[in-house]
Structures are given as structure tokens and as C-alpha cells.
Design a protein around this ligand. Structure first.
Ligand code: UD1
Ligand code: CA
Length: 477
């Protein structure tokens, strides 16, 4: 059931110059999702009747993300008049004329705010029947934020932006979180009167507070006790601080859900990842995107998995993987590189210094050492020798290699695709396999070894090798 008396406005039109980035600020990732996506998710949880998002800078890229996260949002394009006040003015104009409820304004760059805090803000606003209720926090270092200036009786009087503040105002530690509720009538009455006569030449939404007070309206404020909830992201230092905060919450959440996480400080988990109880995560591990890990699996140390599926009791050590599926009881690494399309069957092994891509490796099959296996299918219980390369690319096209079940291929082989090695087949060490190997056959492509006696003495006289060989043969006499 949506709240018919609530409209949410998300401010996402700003340029974000302090990021010094070609990527719009609000699209920088935080726990795997764009900054603004967190705000959109919070907005969705409030079940408002109307949701408006204001865009301008890089509007198409923003609209794409907004459309994906919150398709019901109405998009409003801010014109050339800058400032949060102008953004809200245009958003209000997009609401139906007969809407007479409350407008919740959210800054697109305040991503850690949760819906619970906003529900409290809304309750306070309605209980006090205030014209506006703002969220504030006391910050040890309030630099950059708008300061909340209160009158003698403690009531909120106005908000002064950092750049417009005098010394007394700068000393105020209570800051405006950029999150407010307004009765829509107050906005309709006063937004048009706000000016751009300030240090930044912008129409400040924050000036609404004093406008309402001057008109004799009630302005209320709700304090958040944990100031990090309302920290805004303007530059990359703030981005990493917010990312660390959010990650700490995510890690703790999984710990309480039964996941062993040895070192929270070096473990990074996207919001979208799913972990089962009794998973163990070792230091230096990043789990990203749609990664899912089943119970009993051990991941890490020093492992990055993006969009991977890890089965029960699997062990993935010092590995980089993307779009790979590792079945139950399988082991991977240390030092494996799993590229998209890798699927390792139950109790299989992808070992040390092995790269795989588009490779389906069956149950119990092993690629233990120093290999590249691409565009390949291996049946079950086969063993691929150390140092095997699938030569899958002829410079124009990619070709497939097929290895059957119970095959044993020798060390240092090249499988020149397209090629098939049959069930139960063997290949000799150092083979270059260009032709199919029938089931049960042994393939040898290396010429028999010839030893030319005395070659060193004849061709490298006086060398250390010749001396060593001479000593060796005397000792043998
Ligand atoms: C704003 C507040 C400040 C508060 C801080 C909290 C104003 C004038 N100041 O400052 O009091 O302490 O947030 O984080 O509101 N935006 C638009 N259109 C614009 C300009 C900005 O939609 O023309 C959007 C931005 O994309 C951003 C949000 O509004 O999501 C805030 O803008 P920003 O420039 O970051 O404001 P601050 O200087 O941080
Ligand atoms: Ca900001």
C-alpha cells in the first residue's frame, strides 16, 4: 500500500565537480551499485505515491540507472538555473496540482541513509504538523556542510551554506543532512521567491527554511545519533569513507548470519552478493556482483570473485574469477584465473597458475598445474597434464577442444583445436595434438630421442660444460 500523501524528490542534477571525474559523481560505484542507486532503493522502500528524480548533468546516463532501479520515477530535467532550490521547484511543478501531501527531498549523494530513519523523520514531521522537518547531525568536522543556525529559544532559524557562513556560523557543528520533509503548500508559496544571491550564485533549497520561519511556519528537526548515516559524497575521499562504512555493515550482517569473516578490514562484499551460513572468507577477498557462495565453502585469501557461483565445501584460494561456476567439493587455486564461461564439476580441480575460459570441466576432472584451457569441454575423472595449452585461436576463429572422460593427457601438451581426445585416451609428454585421438589410444607426436655421444667435447672444447663432462666420465671410469 503506497502512502497517498507522500511524494519523494531525488536530487540528481548536480555536476559533482569535486570528484574530478569523467564519470558523473552519482554513478561512481559503492558496494557494487552506483551511489544514486542506494538512494533510489531507499526511496522505493518508502512506498510513496509519487517519485520524482531531477537530472541535468549527464542526464541520459542517470536516466538509464534510474529507469533500471526505479522505473516508476518521473524524470524532471532541470533547466539552466542552478541549485537544489531550483531542482525542487521544477520537481514540485511535475507533481499533480491536486497533490497536497508532504514532499521528502533526498540528496542523490547521501547514500547511507536508511528507510527506517526516514520513516522516523516522516512520523516527526506529521506529529508536529510542521511546515518542514529536516534531518541534522552533529559532526566533529562540519566542513563543507550547511550549518543549522538556531535562535535563542533553540528553534531552527535558517541554514547557512559553508561558503556563505561567517566565523560564528562556521563554528556551528550541527549540519544539514540534505534530507527534508516539506508540506507542499510551503514549497508552492516560497520556492519561486528564492534568489541566487549567494556565494555560489545558486538557488539554495536551504533558504526555504528561513523563508518558512519568516512566514511564521513551524520548522522541526530530527537529530541522527550516528552522523555517518547522513554523510554526503562530494569527493573521492568521502567516497572511500562511505564505502568502508557500508562494507563494515555488510560484513557484520553476514557475520551475524553465520559467515566466518576473518578480517573485515580487507574483505569487501557487494550488497548483491549472497552467502550461506558456514562459509569462511579469508583475508584480502572481494566478492562482487551476483556472486553466490554455498555452505562450507572457503574463499580466499586474496581472492576476487565477480558474478561467480561457488558450491558447497568448495575451496577457492588466491584466485581471480568472473562468471565462473564451481561445483561442490571442487578446489581452485592457488593462483588461478577463471574467465567467463568456466564451469568446474563436483570435486574437480583447477590448480596453480591455470587460466580457464569457456571451459566445462567435468566431475572429478583435474587441471592441476600451469595450463591454459579455453573453449574446451572435459568429461569426468580426466587428468590434464601439467603445462597444457589449448591452442584455440588460429588468428581468425576460435575452435573447440573436447576431452572425454577418464583420459590422461601428458605434461606439456598443446591441443591444437578443433581436436577431440577420446574417452580413456592417453597422450605422451610434450605432444602437439593436431589430430583426434581415438578412445583408448596413446597419442605421441614427439620424435624419438637421439643422444649424440661426445657432442660437447667436439663442438664446445674448453668450455665449463666440456670440463664437467670430462670429470664426470673420468669419475665413471
Ligand atoms: C547540500 C546542502 C547543504 C547540505 C549538504 C548535505 C544546498 C544548497 N546545500 O550541499 O546544506 O549540508 O547538501 O550533503 O542544498 N543538485 C541538483 N541540482 C542542482 C545542484 C545540486 O539536483 O542544481 C543535486 C546534486 O546532484 C546532489 C544534491 O543536489 O545530489 C546536493 O548537491 P551538492 O552540490 O552536492 O550540495 P552540497 O554542496 O553538498
Ligand atoms: Ca553534496
Amino acid at each position: 500500500m503506497s502512502d497517498p500523501r507522500l511524494a519523494v524528490v531525488i536530487l540528481a542534477a548536480g555536476q559533482g565537480t569535486r570528484m574530478r571525474s569523467s564519470t558523473p559523481k552519482l554513478l561512481h560505484p559503492l558496494a557494487g551499485a552506483p551511489i544514486v542507486a542506494h538512494v533510489l532503493a531507499t526511496a522505493r522502500a518508502l512506498e510513496a505515491e509519487h517519485i520524482v528524480a531531477v537530472v541535468r548533468h549527464e542526464r541520459d546516463r542517470l536516466v538509464e540507472v534510474i529507469g533500471a532501479e526505479l522505473p516508476e520515477a518521473v524524470i524532471v530535467d532541470q533547466d539552466e538555473i542552478p541549485g537544489t532550490g531550483r531542482a525542487v521547484e521544477q520537481a514540485v511543478a511535475a507533481l499533480p496540482d491536486d497533490f497536497d501531501g508532504d514532499v521528502l527531498v533526498l540528496n542523490g549523494d547521501v547514500p547511507l541513509l536508511n528507510a527506517g530513519t526516514l520513516a522516523k523523520l516522516l512520523a516527526r514531521h506529521r506529529e508536529k504538523a510542521a511546515a518542514s522537518t529536516l534531518l541534522t547531525a552533529i559532526l566533529a568536522d562540519p566542513t563543507g556542510y550547511g550549518r543549522v543556525v538556531r535562535s535563542e529559544d533553540g528553534a531552527v532559524d535558517r541554514i547557512v551554506e559553508q561558503k556563505d557562513a561567517n566565523e560564528t556560523e562556521l563554528a556551528v557543528q550541527e549540519i544539514n543532512a540534505g534530507v527534508y520533509l516539506f508540506g507542499i503548500n510551503g514549497l508552492r508559496d516560497h520556492l519561486a521567491d528564492l534568489t541566487t544571491e549567494n556565494a555560489q550564485g545558486e538557488k539554495y533549497l536551504t533558504d526555504m527554511i528561513h523563508a518558512l520561519r519568516a512566514a511564521g511556519s513551524e520548522v522541526s528537526a530530527l537529530h541522527v545519533n550516528e552522523p555517518w548515516i547522513v554523510e554526503g559524497i562530494n569527493d573521492r575521499a568521502q567516497l572511500s569513507a562511505a564505502a568502508a562504512r557500508l562494507n563494515a555493515l555488510i560484513v557484520r550482517g553476514w557475520q551475524l548470519a553465520g559467515v566466518t569473516i576473518q578480517d573485515p578490514a580487507t574483505t569487501w562484499i557487494d550488497l548483491t552478493v549472497k552467502l550461506a551460513p558456514d562459509v569462511t572468507i579469508l583475508p584480502g577477498t572481494q566478492l562482487k556482483g551476483a556472486t553466490v557462495v554455498s555452505t562450507g565453502a572457503i574463499i580466499g585469501p586474496d581472492t576476487t570473485l565477480t558474478d561467480c557461483e561457488i558450491g558447497e565445501d568448495a575451496v577457492v584460494k588466491r584466485t581471480d574469477g568472473t562468471l565462473a561456476i564451481i561445483a561442490e567439493g571442487a578446489t581452485v587455486g592457488p593462483f588461478a584465473y577463471l574467465r567467463p564461461g568456466t564451469a568446474l564439476g563436483p570435486h574437480g580441480k583447477i590448480g596453480t597458475f591455470v587460466e580457464t575460459k569457456n571451459a566445462i570441466i567435468g566431475a572429478g576432472s583435474k587441471v592441476p598445474h600451469l595450463s591454459y584451457i579455453g573453449d574446451t569441454e572435459v568429461g569426468q575423472a580426466s587428468n590434464i597434464g601439467a603445462g597444457t595449452i589449448t591452442a584455440n585461436y588460429d588468428g581468425v576463429n576460435k575452435h573447440r577442444t573436447t576431452v572425454g572422460s577418464y583420459a590422461r593427457t601428458g605434461s606439456h601438451n598443446v591441443f591444437v583445436a578443433p581436436v577431440t581426445i577420446g574417452d580413456g585416451a592417453y597422450t605422451g609428454a610434450g605432444s602437439v595434438v593436431r589430430k583426434d585421438v581415438p578412445s583408448g589410444a596413446l597419442a605421441l607426436s614427439v620424435a624419438p630421442q637421439r643422444n649424440i655421444e661426445g657432442w660437447v667435447a667436439a663442438n664446445r672444447p674448453g668450455s665449463d660444460a666440456a670440463a664437467a663432462a670430462a670429470t664426470e666420465s673420468e669419475a665413471g671410469e
